[in-house]
Design a protein around this ligand. Structure first.
Ligand code: FAD
Ligand code: NAP
Length: 540
């Protein structure tokens, strides 16, 4: 690759980067994608842990831009497994002939803007560069995994794995004593599968989470037919929804109905399964009293599923309103604790002290393990971008600009960084939505913007600082109308020691956010400064 040039350099070949490349080709531009993995798929390439599965229904978690693709592709289950989603990503890459413009095993380590030429130069670990007018960071919100620095880890004689970096050849747990550290979404999916294979499974839980059964099942032909018959119409509706998902929100308060009716509604959602439980009522994320009714219902279910009530007590979440940490979904998670080969260790009061050659020590007791699985999450939303640390105008660096938390205009761009776009960046609905809907919306917006600039002889775009400040304020204001900021979640940056605690995604809803972005574009990009190279030279 050495030193290449392109119109656009894209970092990342997950669903964001793949679609971005396809759209830019449509504008007749030359785009190069740099990807550190050996293949496409992003999240679904890296997170191969047992039980990994989507929590958005298959019929909705897929691209909508290609009518033939969505008709031809058949999902085998209601909620797709990681291998199936990865096959889908590979199928799309083949179908659109994407790989010829993707440089795999290429890790981007720097990005710098040159004001004179109005171009970005992106540098790789191998010392190569790509220079381009525009740079699109399609680097993902959950792509920098995090493994806490447990003392003694280097002494451990067994094998260690992180759910976000799972080996391609898989892991054989048969006859092994396995320790799983963490009980977030990844662990909750992996634990039931590992428990069936391992001789002994010890789960180290610091914070119990709320989890809803998925009721996953083989794809129902009639349901699939219903979607496919009117796919474009269904997709159009999904784009207007709060989370980019059609999941029939019950538009009444949990307090507007009597106890029997409320229970009936929760039971119905519980048995149909999945995250639509959180749409049982319209005020679960804003009204604590309403939220308590849902939380109490789920706590009751946990008690009923777990036979040993002392274990159930440890599993009951009490330190955050339900849904304010990402709601988990599972297949027989709580029942797994009824197995004789599974034990739960509460590390809230007595944290993990050290890792030894043979296991994990908590409260002075050693729990023997041959394998440790870290299901300890990610430096979400900002970790990957700040890791690259783009250098923008006037010596600005992203790490400094975002020192007190991410600052963006619409989650798409940041002041001081002209021509640098982020796909599902902080300040956009991103992780609060069906991510493929949000990815498509951002990629379409960025494509239109670059197309507009190209056809109007414009060479630089950058948000105005006042527009960015107003957006950041709006993002905060919306978040603080809800219960979300009351939880120590990764949405707040609370899982990373020292990370500023700011609610990072935009909670105003996918539909309303799209309207806002479209209005801004239609009005000639209000809040952005657009320049032709001559205009900038004249101003200087
Ligand atoms: P990613 O898929 O993260 O792709 C980013 C790519 O950028 C990666 O391939 C990465 O290797 C590459 N990259 C990053 N930095 C560099 C660098 N410096 N140099 C080179 N390459 C780089 N969302 C949902 O909507 N529903 C779900 O059910 C759901 N389940 C999830 C389950 C798991 C286990 C995880 C971790 C996330 C889940 N998500 C889910 C969120 C998921 O990340 C998105 O749905 C979507 O896949 C993101 O696509 P992306 O292209 O934006 O980012
Ligand atoms: P996570 O939700 O951040 O969970 C990390 C877990 O590790 C938490 O239980 C955390 O405890 C624990 N942990 C971290 N440091 C620890 C320490 N030092 N000692 C003990 N425990 C520690 O990460 P994740 O499970 O990988 O999920 C991240 C996100 O990815 C999800 O929220 C979701 O958006 C997405 N995801 C989705 C699915 C899906 O269902 N489709 C599946 C997996 C992931 P604390 O809570 O106490 O910090």
């Amino acid at each position: 690759m050495a030193n290449s040039t392109a119109d656009v350099v894209i970092v990342g070949a997950g669903f964001g980067g793949m679609y971005m490349l396809h759209k830019l080709r449509g504008l007749g531009l030359k785009a190069i994608v740099l990807e550190r993995a050996t293949g496409v798929g992003g999240t679904w390439y890296w997170n191969r842990y047992p039980g990994a599965r989507c929590d958005v229904e298959s019929m909705q978690y897929s691209y909508s831009f290609d009518p033939q693709l969505q008709q031809e592709w058949n999902w085998s289950e209601r909620f797709a497994s990681q291998p199936e989603i990865l096959s889908y990503a590979n199928h799309v890459a083949d179908r659109l002939d994407l790989r010829r413009d993707i440089r795999f095993e290429t890790s981007v380590t720097s990005a710098a803007y040159d004001e004179a030429s109005q171009r970005w130069t992106v540098g790789t670990e191998a010392g190569d560069t790509v220079t381009a007018r525009f740079c699109v960071m399609a680097t993902g919100c959950l792509s920098t995994s995090r493994q806490p620095d447990f003392p003694g880890l280097s002494r451990f004689k067994g094998k260690t794995y992180h759910t976000g970096h799972w080996p391609h050849e898989g892991v054989d747990f048969a006859g092994k004593r396995v320790a799983v550290i963490g009980t977030g979404s990844s662990a909750i999916q992996a634990i039931p599968v590992i428990a069936k294979q391992a001789a002994l499974l010890t789960v180290f839980q610091r914070t119990p989470n709320f989890s809803i059964p998925t009721r996953n099942k083989p794809m129902d032909g009639e349901y699939e037919g219903w979607w496919k018959k009117d796919y474009p119409q269904h997709r159009a509706i999904a784009r207007t929804q709060r989370a980019g998902i059609i999941n029939s929100v019950n538009d009444q308060s949990a307090l507007a109905v009597d106890d029997a009716e409320r229970l009936r509604i929760y039971e119905e959602r519980w048995s149909s399964g999945g995250t639509s439980f959180m749409a049982s009522f319209n005020d679960l994320s804003v009204n604590k009293a309403s939220n308590d009714t849902a939380a109490n219902f789920v706590r009751g279910k946990i008690r009923a599923m777990v036979k040993d009530q002392a274990v159930a007590d440890i599993l009951l979440p009490h330190n955050h309103p339900i849904g304010t940490k990402r709601i988990c979904v599972d297949s027989h998670y709580y029942e797994t604790y009824n197995r004789a080969n599974v034990r739960l260790v509460d590390v809230r009061k007595a944290p993990i002290e050290t890792i030894t050659a043979n296991g994990v020590i908590v409260g002075g007791q050693e729990y023997a393990a041959d394998i440790i699985v870290f299901a300890t999450g990610f430096d979400a939303m900002t970790g990957t971008l700040v890791g690259i640390n783009p250098h923008g105008r006037d010596g600005a660096t992203l790490a400094e600009e975002w020192e007190a938390g991410p600052r963006t205009y619409l989650g798409l761009m940041s002041a001081q960084f002209p021509n640098l776009f982020m796909i599902t960046g902080p300040g956009s609905p991103s992780v609060l939505s069906n991510m493929i809907v949000s990815i498509e919306q951002h990629v379409d917006w960025v494509t239109d913007c670059i197309g507009y600039m190209t056809s109007n002889g414009l060479t630089a775009i950058e948000p105005r600082r006042d527009a960015q400040d107003a957006w950041v304020e709006h993002v905060n204001e919306m978040a603080f109308k809800t219960l979300y900021p009351t939880a120590n979640s990764w949405y707040m940056g609370a899982n990373i020691p020292g990370k500023p605690q700011v609610f990072m995604p935009y909670i105003g809803g996918v539909g309303a956010y799209r309207v806002k972005c479209d209005e801004i574009a239609a009005s000639g990009y209000t809040g952005f400064e657009l320049n032709g190279s001559q205009a900038r030279q004249a101003a200087e």
